[in-house]
Every structure is written in C-alpha cells, then in structure tokens.
Design a protein around this ligand. Structure first.
Ligand code: SF4
Ligand code: SF4
Length: 499
C-alpha cells in the first residue's frame, strides 16, 4: 500500500537508493614500500589509472601517500615478459632477520647478483649541486686498504665481477683515485668507470695524462646546454663551457664517455633530442644514460604525482629525434655512420629474443644472438667497451654492416641510450628492489642495493660511521702505518629511521 496521498497529505520525496560505484583504477598488485616521512616499512598498492601506474600507501602515523610510478601502464605491464631469471651470487653478506628491505645485504632473499659494484671513495665534492642525492660535503676519504678489501669482497661474492664504478662525492678529487682504478684492473675486473662532473678533467693536464694511461671509462654528468638548466640543477649557470672542454680533452686522449643527464620536469626535458644529437657527433661519447631526477638526498621540492618517468623520456626521445631512436624499452643501441643512424631494434627482433615468458623459438632463433642481446640489454653493459661491441656485432649478423668492420670500428660507431629510473621514498617498491643488481660496496663486505641505500636509511647510517672513522684514517696516513679496515654495521630494526 502506498504512503503517499496525492491530494491531502504532505508530499514525500523517496530517498535515492545508494548506488555502488566502480573504482576509477584497476588494483594491479600489492607490494611493500616505505613511508616517505618516517621510512617505516608499509604495504603499498600498485594501481593502474588512465594508462598510468601509481603507488598508493598509508602510514599509520603519517597518513596516505600517492605517487606516479610510471607514465605508461601498457608498457609497464609488458615488461614482465622481459624479466630474465635472476643469477644468485656466490656468497651473501647478511642473514635474513628483520625482512626486506631491512637486511641488506645482500641477504639470501635477494633475487639477483651484483652486476655493478659502486664504491663511493669520498664524500666531498668540488661542486655544491642543489640536486645531489649523495648530499656531498666534507666527511670521509677512503684508504687504499678499504678499497682493496671492498674489491676483494666483491670478487668473493661475484667470482668474476664485470663492472666497478668509482663514485663520490667527486671521485676525481681523491688523491688515490688512479690507484683505486689500478687495483680493480689488477684484480681482473674488466670495466672500471669513474663517475665525474668533469671539472678536474677540464683543467688538470697531469690528471688527464694519468687517465689516459690507466684507461677507465667516464660516467660524465651532462644535463644539457641551457644556462638555466645548470643554474637550477647544478647551481652553476656557466658550467657548460667547462664540460665541453673536458669532453674534448677526453676525446683527444681516446677515452670513452657515457653522458649522464639528470632530467627534471619543467627544467631540461626539452634538451633530450639536442643531447642525443651532440652524443652522435662527439668523438668521445659512446653512450647516454638518461636519469629522471632522483628525489632523495639534497633535492629540490617536487610533486610526487608529476614526476618525470621513463615513458615520458621515451616519448621525448621519439619526438625530439624525429623517431631516429624508436625505443619501447629502457635501453637501445644504434650504429652511427655519418648522418645515418641505424637502431639495432629495427633490424633484430630484440623483444622476441628477450621474451622469457612465452619462450618462443623463432624460425631464425640463434642461442648466440640471444646471449649477445642479453648482454647488451643487461645493466652491466658498458657503452663503448670491446665486449658490448662484440655483442653488437653478433646480434647484428643480418644488419648489413660492412664486413670489413672490426670490433674496434663497431665500438667507435655504436651509441647506447639507457634510461635508468631510481626509486625514491614515494615510489619505493620492494618487489623491484629484490632484483636490483646495482649495489653499493661497503667496508666489511656488505653490499646494499642502490635504491635501498638511498631511501631506507642505509646511506645515513653508513655515512655517520664512515665520517667517524676519518680521524683514524688521517692518523694512519700521517704516520704512514697500515689502516685497519672497520666494517660498517646497520641497525635497521630498532625503530623507523628518518634520514
Ligand atoms: S633488498 Fe635484497 S638484500 Fe636487501 S633486504 Fe631485500 S632481499 Fe635482502
Ligand atoms: S651531484 Fe655530483 S657533482 Fe653535484 S654536488 Fe653531488 S656529488 Fe658533487
């Protein structure tokens, strides 16, 4: 019976029935992350919305956080099939106690060996960049004994490590940097890199001559050409001339360089194509490693929902080079012959070869090509090296390169473009971290994956201990007595650590 009386009673309006609503995202997976405020380990959801990937999480003490992880959800999902099974190291440095990411490392839960070992030889720098994840300032300067012990530990866990990178601070201002490179070479580590801002190289002839003799490759900070770019990112608007001078001096010595541009939204994203054109033409440059600016350490304010991600850079490469470099992955290679640029992925079916899920055997499948491509697409690939030139040559059997080309010619004419996105406290994903193969090496043998070192609190604990050891190092240098190496220890479980 109706409760409504059309003529006499008051007019009642029926309450609308509550309607269920669809979420405006797809819940893709659950992982673990950290609170960007207190660094406590918390659950995190990976959400797909408007073809973008986001991380949403809630800290019981600091509330909810959401950040853009990846600017192309389709590309993000397609990567799982290129996820090569991990290679387990020969030995580990810690035990499983507090759970990932509090047991670095590497602990037996880690799913990948160290393809690249990084040694920060000092904390001081001859620059003072507003954007510096190492928070460079005076503090410590490692001794030969420490670096040798770290290299020996690297060999103990890896057997035959492939790549070592000396970093800082600014490693070129460490008085023993060349001895460190020699120590790595003496131990049979084939590729040594020095990570540099180029200042010393621009002006110090003796240093340059020594570089030529020892022969490391240079990982060279180069963010573009505009003075505004360098003012914002490096605090030095006029530094370009010095960088160009350093690059020319390296070319004259026959040394090979990978340019490392930090790309920040609204600052230098428009310079990507120009950097690539410059790299194609400059005789010292064999590769570029574009890195979205890393939001940790000494970093300018940023909006975690507007950060630049790998697909944004891929898109800009395609737009700004008129598709000279089509890439749907985070590495691509090209053979440069004058004005002609031949990307490897246009000629070889790279993505079928590296598909580990369907594991299809193609009619022209060659195990040799697959191995060579795996080497080129690995994080241990070093641009301009003899090894990557050999791998390029094998992968490119049907590319129509002139038969007279030697591996040396190929090394001179190939360009690698790599895109590396490091996780910050907003986008930190434990699942990715467990497969990280770029590790910081520390006195005492611990190896800490790049993104946990810089976000979870390891850097701050290591830095405090390394700084505190400095008086003892100074004494041993002054008295010319051997320095006794002291291990770095971490206490990550007592309470959340706010760096
Ligand atoms: S990141 Fe790797 S080494 Fe560190 S705690 Fe997790 S599994 Fe262990
Ligand atoms: S970012 Fe590099 S060059 Fe700049 S201050 Fe830090 S260590 Fe020095």
């Amino acid at each position: 019976m109706s409760n409504f009386h059309a003529e006499s009673g008051p007019t009642l309006v029926a309450e609308p029935k509550p309607q269920k609503k669809d979420a405006d995202y797809v819940f893709h997976e659950l992982t673990r992350s950290i609170c960007p405020e207190c660094r406590k380990v918390i659950d995190a959801k990976i959400l797909l919305r408007d073809n973008k990937v986001y991380m949403a999480k809630r800290c019981p003490d600091h509330g909810a956080f959401e950040a853009l992880v990846y600017g192309d959800a389709e590309m993000y999902l397609s990567f799982s099939k290129y996820n090569k099974p991990g290679t387990i190291p020969l030995a580990f440095g810690t035990e499983i106690k507090g759970g990932c990411p509090l047991d670095c490392g590497l602990c037996p839960d880690h799913q990948q060996h160290a393809c690249l070992g990084i040694i920060e030889v000092n904390s001081n720098c001859n620059m003072n960049c507003p954007l510096c994840f190492a928070s460079a300032r005076p503090g410590f300067s490692l001794t030969m004994e420490e670096v040798e012990a770290m290299l020996d530990d690297f060999i103990r866990t890896e057997g035959s490590p492939e790549v070592i990178q000396f970093s800082g601070g600014e490693p070129t201002i460490h008085p023993q940097i060349m001895d460190f490179v020699r120590a790595a070479k003496d131990r049979g580590i084939p590729f040594t890199m020095i990570n540099t801002n180029g200042k010393r190289i621009a002006h110090d002839d003796r240093f340059l001559a020594e570089l030529k003799e020892v022969g490391p490759s240079l990982y060279f900070q180069f963010d573009g050409f505009d003075s505004e770019t360098y003012r914002i990112i490096r605090g030095e608007p006029d530094i370009l001339a010095e960088k160009l001078l350093a690059l020319d001096r390296l070319a004259a010595m026959g040394l090979s360089v990978t340019l490392v541009p930090a790309i920040e939204r609204g600052v230098n994203e428009h310079e990507i194509g120009k950097i690539i054109d410059f790299a194609i033409k400059h005789p010292a440059v064999r590769g570029i490693n574009f890195q979205p600016a890393f939001h940790a350490g000494r970093h300018m304010q940023h909006d975690p929902m507007q950060r630049i991600t790998i697909p944004d850079i891929v898109k800009m490469i395609e737009e700004q080079t008129e598709k000279k470099f089509p890439t749907c992955n985070s590495v691509t290679y090209a053979f440069i012959d004058g004005e002609q640029v031949t990307p490897l992925s246009r000629i070889v079916n790279v993505y079928e070869y590296l598909d580990y899920i369907t594991n299809r055997v193609m009619p022209d499948f060659s195990l040799e090509i697959k191995k060579a491509l795996e080497g080129l697409w690995s994080s241990s690939s070093v641009s301009g090296s003899q090894k990557s030139a050999e791998q390029f040559s094998v992968s490119c059997q049907a590319c129509g390169l002139p038969e007279s080309l030697t591996v040396g010619d190929i090394a001179q004419n190939m360009l690698m473009i790599m895109l590396t996105d490091f996780m910050d406290p907003w986008t930190f994903n434990q699942k990715n971290l467990m497969k990280c193969c770029k590790e910081f090496l520390l006195p005492g043998g611990k190896q800490v994956p790049f993104c946990s070192y810089n976000t979870v609190g390891y850097r701050e604990q290591a830095r405090a201990q390394l700084d505190a050891m400095e008086p003892e190092r100074r004494r041993s240098r002054h008295e010319n007595t051997p320095y006794v190496v002291k291990p770095i220890e971490f206490d990550m479980t007592s309470k959340p650590h706010r760096p």
